[in-house]
Design a protein around this ligand. Structure first.
Ligand code: PFF
Length: 455
């Protein structure tokens, strides 16, 4: 085993490059597919409020913690926690858990990302009236077709990760993020000219607090971790490529605001779009139970219908742009999911980047083919690795930082690039959040979940 030196690992080229790359990791299917679906599934505005609270008082402090650990050690999550473990053999397990979550989340993430590509073709075929081709690519239950698109997407992800930090990841996200935001706004302006959109707005802004229960809390917390790319060391890894001049707290604030902002904006598109589709005759909610017909496929069931109803060249153009947008957002996230296990293999096993990317990517590819054929696995993976796994990782990182590495040591790292932080009230607040509030809240929600499983 020959661990790599930090000079071989690469660093971000610019401040904005890092923020865009980390924001690119955060903004993805979680915002555009996950968040609106969860909002619709959990009664609307009440879920949004709890979600925002989770991002602010748990996610944001944990993000600072991950970035500090990463930059301090300049290592992947396993190496980072090993370096700070003072010989304790349990601490690095947090990093191994992150690597496992990365592999497993990526294995279904690329299947859903594959659907976004398939629907670009679906919109095209529909427009040119190649009906059977459109039905073929739009059939989410077709395992073979799913596998082909999934592997294509996985290949793209591997190629970018092979390019390394600044040439691959930074360059790709710098280009893709601004395009994404622009397209999202164009679609929102369009959707509000259509019938039914206002009803969607109502769901977004009128809270029904009776929907808040243990399940909703777990979903909101899992969604916050997933959307902010926290709990599995993705931001430890991205932090490890960060130079010492960068202000971690400020960067974390930008990334959080950006991610939450895009989720809300995506919600403002997708939720009204659901109601527009409903006004056009598509069934979204089960009239008897009031629940969604399908969460995993909702965006793909409902939105193409809407684009078809709009019809003609405009409908096709909107459809294609939307799915390209979703695919691009997914790509900048899937590269960060793959980067975690790849950085682990590079750092800890001395394998070069290209080989590591293809080996790990190939392994994930195999699992993702199984998921392509057996979509019911997605629900299980979401439950185990997103909703429980990521908050569990966040809990472990908070406890590790607060009680093992100690906040005074983290402070030394945070001071680099932010000299005045020591005397600021923010530092005291952060310590309280990371040492007490975040572990207690995450612990309570996880215990409630385990309790409800057992009873
Ligand atoms: N944040 C990504 C999204 O919202 O789609 C998904 C993700 C990326 C989760 C990286 C976790 C992670 F480490």
């Amino acid at each position: 085993m020959t661990p790599t030196t930090s000079s071989e690992r690469g660093t971000w080229n610019s401040k904005i490059g890092f923020i865009l790359a980390a924001a690119g990791s955060a903004v993805g299917l979680g915002n555009i597919w996950g968040f609106p679906t969860q909002v619709a599934d959990n009664g609307g505005a009440a879920f949004i409020l709890i979600y925002l609270l989770c991002c602010l008082i748990i996610g944001f402090p944990v993000m600072i913690a991950e970035l500090a650990i990463g930059r301090r050690t300049q290592k992947n999550p396993v190496g980072a926690l090993k370096a700070l473990s003072k010989g304790n053999s349990f601490i690095p397990l947090i990093g191994y858990w992150g690597v496992i979550c990365g592999v497993m989340i990526l294995s279904f993430y690329v299947v859903i990302s594959g659907w976004t590509l398939a629907y670009v073709f679906e919109e095209l075929f529909y427009f040119f009236q190649f009906e059977s081709a459109a039905n073929y690519v739009g059939d989410l239950g077709n395992g073979l077709k799913n596998a082909v698109f999934t592997l294509f997407f996985m290949g793209l992800t591997i190629l970018i990760v092979t390019g390394g930090v600044s040439k691959g990841i930074e360059r790709a996200t710098k280009l893709l993020m601004p395009v994404l935001i622009g397209i999202l706004f164009i679609l929102i302006f369009y959707i509000f000219t259509l019938d039914g959109a206002k009803e969607g707005l109502l769901m977004f802004f009128k809270p029904d607090f009776s929907t808040i229960d243990g399940n909703l809390l777990l979903s909101a917390m899992g969604q916050a971790f997933f959307s902010l790319s926290l709990g599995m060391g993705a931001l430890i890894t991205y932090g490890s490529y960060l130079n010492k001049k960068q202000n971690i707290v400020e960067s974390a604030a930008y990334i959080t605001i950006f991610d939450v902002g895009i989720a809300v904006v995506a919600g403002l598109l997708v939720i009204p779009a659901m109601f527009v589709a409903q006004a056009g005759g598509v069934q979204i909610f089960n009239p008897e139970t009031g629940a969604l017909f399908s969460s995993v496929t909702l965006v793909f069931d409902v939105l193409p219908e809407m684009f078809h109803n709009i019809g003609g060249f405009v409908g096709m153009l909107l459809g294609i742009t939307f799915f390209i947008l979703l695919g691009l957002a997914a790509l900048t996230s899937s590269i960060s999911l793959l980067e975690v296990p790849v950085a682990y293999v590079i750092d800890e096993h001395g394998v070069n980047r290209k080989k590591a990317s293809w080996i790990v990517g190939g392994f994930v590819g195999i699992i993702s083919v199984i998921v392509s054929f057996e979509l019911s696995l997605i629900d299980y993976f979401v439950m185990i690795f997103n909703e429980i796994g990521l908050p569990l990782g966040g809990l472990a990182i908070s406890v590790f930082l607060g009680y093992f590495w100690k906040s005074e040591n983290a402070l030394l790292e945070l001071e680099q690039g932010n000299e005045s932080i020591r005397d600021s009230g923010f530092y005291t607040l952060w310590v309280i959040l990371i040492k007490y509030i975040s572990p207690v809240l995450i612990g309570l929600v996880l215990l409630t979940t385990i309790w409800s499983f057992l009873t």
